[in-house]
Write a protein that binds this ligand. Structure first.
Ligand SMILES: Nc1ncnc2c1ncn2[C@@H]1O[C@H](COP(=O)(O)OP(=O)(O)OP(=O)(O)O)[C@@H](O)[C@H]1O
Ligand SMILES: [Mg+2]
Length: 399
């Protein structure tokens, strides 16, 4: 049972009633990851049926972006749709007309598309076409999509928008009441809200952890919560998963300048990801709300990725020369220190050249001088000359 969605359901019911009266169109359910978009779509289906709607539902993610017309095929069970069809030409219009004529009867129709941001381009264009025709027909195209900062196009337009965010404090207590005794729910509600940020997936997990305990929340935080944090981030994927992993592994050292310089991330992507994870309730002020969340993400990151993050952090956080001992740094020029540190970290000459934007032959010249100055005979000795704590910098011990 859903809590805290009365307003959204009221808008949905109103749109359904208008549509049943002959004025259809589109309605988008947006919100951060795991805040209840799918749950709201499902909840709209019952009132639709009682208003006499035929309901056709599909999850765009099942077909994926790469199968042209994959979503449309699932929505209309139209096996005979061509593999693809150029948009807008006469055959395309004929196909649209055929689908429309087959699906749209006197009975109102609800087309419910979950995760529309995962849909293939060709299907989205067809949905746009239906939305335009639906303005004077009893057809409602209802889609859900993640709210993402900086996204340029909406999957379907024009449309009404219904937003679902984290559940409010009263809603969280209400969720607790359904699982715990009324007294325990009142007592633990505020803590549950703080810890989950109101994200219903996390609230449910914490309630499952509390089962049998129900003493203090702190004692109860357990594997359901940890699993839910990881599940939430896997659902989010992309930059959000990457940023969360950086934050977890590197802790305070990872934020914010460092994150922006991680591969595949720039300032805007980091900002958008931190904002999105904050809106979902996982982060507060750019940090995990509970150490258990951070530990769960660290455990989920895998040792190789963790080591790579530490290594990059070591280079970036203090500049690449930080790792050399004072004695060595006195001997070497700044450029030589940078080359020596990277070489000691195990980088090859070509990688060092790329990283420092110099030529391979400059790297070789630097290394020759470094070996001479330090009176050593090559890279292996250089590794020995650089102190171990500098070679495998352990900036943060998890926990
Ligand atoms: N209003 C609510 N009250 C109680 N539980 C809810 C509510 N909304 C969602 N839930 C529960 O929270 C979990 C996540 O919801 P759901 O899968 O619908 O989120 P979503 O926004 O569709 O996620 P995604 O971004 O991954 O598509 C589910 O277990 C769902 O049952
Ligand atoms: Mg969903």
């Amino acid at each position: 049972m859903m809590v805290d969605r009365e307003k959204q359901l009221a808008v949905l019911r109103k749109r359904l009633a208008e549509c049943a009266g002959g004025v259809g169109g589109a309605l988008t359910v947006t919100g951060p990851v795991a805040c209840g978009k799918t749950a709201l779509l499902r909840a709209a289906e019952a009132p639709a049926r009682s208003l006499g709607f035929e309901v056709r539902a599909a999850r765009a993610a099942d077909a994926g972006r790469r199968e042209p017309l994959g979503l449309l095929r699932r929505l209309f069970m139209a096996e005979r749709l061509p593999a693809d069809l150029p948009h807008g030409g006469a055959p395309w219009v004929r196909m649209m007309n055929t689908i429309w004529a087959g699906a749209v009867t006197a009975r109102p129709l609800l087309l419910s598309v979950d995760d529309a941001d995962e849909a293939d381009e060709a299907s989205l264009r067809c949905l746009d076409y239906f939305v335009r025709r639906a303005r004077s027909a009893p057809v409602l195209v209802m889609v859900s999509e993640r709210s993402r900062a900086g996204r340029a196009v909406r999957p379907v337009r024009p449309c009404h928008e219904v937003v679902v965010g984290p559940v409010g404090a009263d809603g969280v207590t209400e969720m607790a009441r359904r699982r715990l005794s009324p007294r325990a729910a009142e007592r633990l509600g505020p803590g549950l809200h703080r810890l989950s940020g109101g994200n219903p997936l996390l609230v449910r997990a914490l309630l499952a952890d509390l089962d049998g305990y129900a003493d203090t929340l702190e004692q109860a935080v357990g594997h359901h919560y940890r699993q839910a944090v990881v599940a939430l981030l896997r659902r989010a994927g992309g930059a959000e998963l990457q940023v969360a992993r950086c934050l977890a592994v590197l802790g305070d050292q990872g934020f914010p300048e460092l994150l922006e310089r991680m591969p595949g991330l720039d300032g805007r992507a980091v900002d958008a990801a931190v904002t999105a994870l904050g809106a979902a309730g996982l982060l507060l002020d750019g940090r995990f709300r509970h150490p258990a969340a951070r530990l769960a993400v660290i455990a989920d990151t895998g040792q190789r990725d963790r080591e790579e993050l530490h290594r990059r952090a070591a280079e970036l956080a203090h500049g690449v020369a930080w790792a050399l001992s004072r004695e060595l740094s006195r001997e070497l020029s700044d450029a030589e220190q940078r080359v020596a540190t990277l070489a000691a970290h195990g980088y090859r000459n070509r990688e060092i050249a790329k990283r420092l934007s110099i030529t391979v032959s400059t790297v070789e010249q630097h290394l020759t001088k470094i070996y001479r100055k330090l009176n050593i005979d090559g890279r292996a000795s250089l590794r020995r000359a650089v102190p171990p704590q500098a070679r495998t910098p352990d900036l943060v011990s998890p926990g």
